[in-house]
Design a protein around this ligand. Structure first.
Ligand code: PLP
Length: 252
C-alpha cells in the first residue's frame, strides 16, 4: 500500500528455509534443510525451565542476562576452550544467535564498510550487513571440501574491510576449520582493525573427533580472541528448537 515505505531489503525473498521446510512437510520428506532435530530437549532442561518459571523467574532480566547464566557460560568456555572471560563485562545473553550476529554487525559496521563473508553463507548475515549500510564481500568455499581459499581471502582485504564473519562448523556444507585455518586468519588480521564475528553455533556438532578433529573456537587463539565476538546458541546446543509437532513426527 502506498503509505508503506519501500522495502529496505528488496532482494530478500522467501528464505530457502521456508521453501524447503514447506516442501518437506508437503511431501512427508525428512527435512535436512533446517535445524530440526527429531528429538526433544533434555527432560532436565524442560523441568528446570518449568521450575524457575513457577518459582517466579518471570520478570525482565538484566539486559545482559541473569548473572548465574552468564557465570555458567563463562565456566563452560573456560572448561572447553581454556579461555577466561569475565561474566560481568564480556558475556551477553541474546534472543538467539541471529540477534547476537545482527547486534555485533550493528555495533561495528558503518555505511561504506566492507564485510567479508564465506559463501555459501548463512542467510541472516548479508541482510544484517546491508541494513547497516555495509557491503558484503564474498570469499568462496568450493566443492568438494568447502575449505577457505586463503589467497582469495587475502586479496579481498582492503582498507575498508571492517569485519570478517566466519562460521565453523559450517552451515550448509558441514566443513570444519583446522588449526591451520585459524592461524592463517590470525596472521591476516594482525596489525589491522578488522573485527571478527565467529558464528560457532555448531561448536558441539563435530563428527570426526575420533580422527583427532576438534572444534577450533576463536577463543583458543589470542590474536583472534582479542578482536572477536563469539556467537553460540542454546537452540543448536540444547535443541529446544527441535520439539516437533506430533503430527509431523508421525508423518516421518
Ligand atoms: C550458521 C548459523 N548461525 C546462526 C543460526 C541461528 O541460530 P539461533 O537459532 O540461535 O538464532 C543458525 C540457524 O540455523 C545457523 O545455521
Amino acid at each position: 500500500m502506498a503509505f508503506f515505505p519501500a522495502s529496505r531489503l528488496p532482494n530478500v525473498g522467501t528464505t530457502i528455509f521456508t521453501v524447503m521446510s514447506r516442501l518437506a512437510a508437503e511431501h512427508g520428506a525428512i527435512n535436512l534443510s533446517q535445524g530440526f532435530p527429531d528429538f526433544s530437549p533434555a527432560p532436565l532442561l524442560l523441568e528446570r525451565v518449568g521450575h524457575h518459571m513457577a518459582a517466579g523467574a518471570n520478570q525482565y532480566p538484566p539486559m545482559a542476562g541473569v548473572a548465574p547464566l552468564r557465570e555458567a557460560i563463562a565456566e563452560k568456555v573456560q572448561r572447553l576452550y581454556l579461555a577466561g572471560y569475565d561474566a560481568e563485562s564480556e558475556i551477553t545473553v541474546t534472543a538467539g544467535a541471529t540477534q547476537a550476529i545482527f547486534t555485533a554487525i550493528a555495533c561495528c559496521v558503518r555505511p561504506g564498510d566492507e564485510v567479508i563473508v564465506f559463501a555459501p553463507v548463512y542467510d541472516s548475515y548479508v541482510p544484517g550487513i546491508e541494513l547497516n549500510g555495509g557491503h558484503p564481500v564474498y570469499a568462496h568455499l568450493r566443492f568438494p571440501d568447502f575449505r577457505p581459499d586463503w589467497d582469495e581471502v587475502r586479496s579481498l582485504i582492503t582498507p575498508r574491510t571492517r569485519m570478517i564473519i566466519i562460521n565453523s562448523p559450517h552451515n550448509p556444507s558441514g566443513s570444519v576449520w583446522t588449526a591451520g585455518d585459524m592461524a592463517m586468519l590470525e596472521s591476516l588480521v594482525r596489525d589491522t582493525k578488522i573485527v571478527v564475528v565467529s558464528d560457532e553455533v555448531y561448536e558441539h556438532v563435530v563428527f570426526d573427533q575420533a580422527t583427532g578433529r576438534r572444534h577450533e573456537s576463536v577463543t583458543r587463539y589470542p590474536g583472534l580472541r582479542e578482536r572477536s565476538f563469539v556467537v553460540s546458541s542454546f537452540g543448536k546446543t540444547t535443541s529446544p528448537a527441535g520439539r516437533l509437532p506430533t503430527a509431523w513426527r508421525r508423518a516421518r
